[in-house]
Structures are given as structure tokens and as C-alpha cells.
Ligand binder design. Sequence first.
Ligand SMILES: Nc1ncnc2c1ncn2[C@@H]1O[C@H](COP(=O)(O)OP(=O)(O)O)[C@@H](O)[C@H]1O
Ligand SMILES: [Mg+2]
Length: 254
Amino acid sequence: MTVTNASPEIKSILYLNGVTKSFDGFKAINNLSLDIAPGELRAIIGPNGAGKSTMMDIITGKTKPDKGEVRFKDNIDLTRHDEADIANMGIGRKFQKPTVIESLSVWENLDLALAGNRNVWQTLFFKLKKAQHERIDEIMTLIGLSEKRDALAKNLSHGQKQWLEIGMLIIQEPEVLLVDEPAGGMTDYETMETARLLKEISEHHSVIVVEHDMDFVRALDCRVTVLHEGSVLAEGSLDKVSSNQQVIEVYLGR
Ligand SMILES: Nc1ncnc2c1ncn2[C@@H]1O[C@H](COP(=O)(O)OP(=O)(O)O)[C@@H](O)[C@H]1O
Ligand SMILES: [Mg+2]
């Protein structure tokens, strides 16, 4: 494989370098760089309008950057691919609002999500079907909804719906999972359970999570990136970034 000299030797699963994106002349993302390792759990924090969601839009192909590099594992240039391609390549995204099918049960929602990866031949073989059932059971255990397998999604709590949707993404085995403000509207208990769930998921997938709730970010116990005006203001442990004077001024101190 030939690697152009502007690109990194691949040790990252996701690599952004010098990314800029303007909307009507306003730089929502401004020379942004980010480097995520395989299997890493990373929290992204920063004030409203810092560019957190736009960053996720750029990674997932929803928004094209004006300039800069956006690369995925074996040097795949994500700016050359559309949203559907990028999802198929293994970058899953959880939006704020759950998109589970309310009239279906927990099990049926997971089965449907798994079916997205199923081909005609696989459905013909009983053994693979059995493996699929086991996979659904495994995911229900992971998201803590085994006892709710036949409950309709509409009867789940807000937090349980969010976990179901995370399960529906994980069952498709993405290499990278992006999660935008999962704790919004959750109870304290659900928030802490969500942190535990994402930590467990990060044992097998890279996870990038945007969140404002500092108790949640502390529970994630991972490297934190602070975004401000479309760039990285600080990066490191939560203790390190929360004692950074600039971070206090633009974000924490407000
Ligand atoms: N599609 C868009 N058109 C115009 N402006 C946008 C668009 N998307 C985001 N912005 C602007 O970009 C800035 C960053 O927004 P966003 O990425 O949503 O921030 P965050 O998620 O950190 O709150 C904001 O000023 C927002 O108004
Ligand atoms: Mg946002």
C-alpha cells in the first residue's frame, strides 16, 4: 500500500487533521485535529455552539468539511464517502432522540437491527439463526434489558429506549460508535448506568461521546477533549482539563 507523506502511519482508528467547516462565513469547525486510538473511549465536552455535533456530522459524512483530513483506520479518506457508505464501513452514530420502533418489542427491534447485516443465504441456515438469537440475547444482557425482551419499546423508560438504541447499533458491530448527549433527560441512576454501558462497549469498540453532564464524564473515567469555537482547547484527564484556566473561563466557570 502506498501512503502519502501527509498521512499518519496508521495507529489511529479515526484521525482528523486541520479540519475546517464554515456556515455562511462562520467557522463552526476551525482547524480541528483529533486522534482516536482503536478501542479508545473519548469524551468530548465544550460550550453550546463549540462544534461538537458538527464534528460528528463531518465524521459520519453528513457534512463535508471545507478542508482538512478525515481518515478512518487503513487510511480511508472519509471525505470521499457518503453517509450510508460510512455507516456500512463501521462508524455507527447514536443521535439524541431515540429512533427505536415504538410498536415493536425489545427483541424485535434488535432482530430488525441485526437483519440489516443478514443476507438471504444466512437466513436459510438454522445454525446461523441460532447464532443470531444468541447474539440478540447477548446484547439484551449488555444493555440490561433481558427481562424486558417482550416489552414494547413504547412502554420503556426514556433511559431504556436509549439503551435499546445503543444495543441496535452495537449489534451491527461498528468499529467506532459516536454518541451525542446520551444522558440528556435521564435520571441520575440511568446516567450512571449509561456510563457503565459505554465503558463496557469500549472494551470492543472505539467510543466517542459528547456530553455536558460532568458526573457522567467523570464516571466514564477516560481522556477528555474540550472543544471551543471549533478547535481543541484542551485535552487530557478530566482533572487536568478542569484545572486548565482557559477551560474554566470559557466553559466550566460559567
Ligand atoms: N447546518 C448548519 N447551518 C448553519 N449553521 C450551523 C449548522 N450546523 C451548525 N451550525 C452552527 O455551527 C456552530 C456549532 O454548532 P454545533 O456543532 O451544533 O455545536 P455543539 O454541538 O457544540 O453545541 C453553531 O454556531 C451552529 O449554529
Ligand atoms: Mg450538539
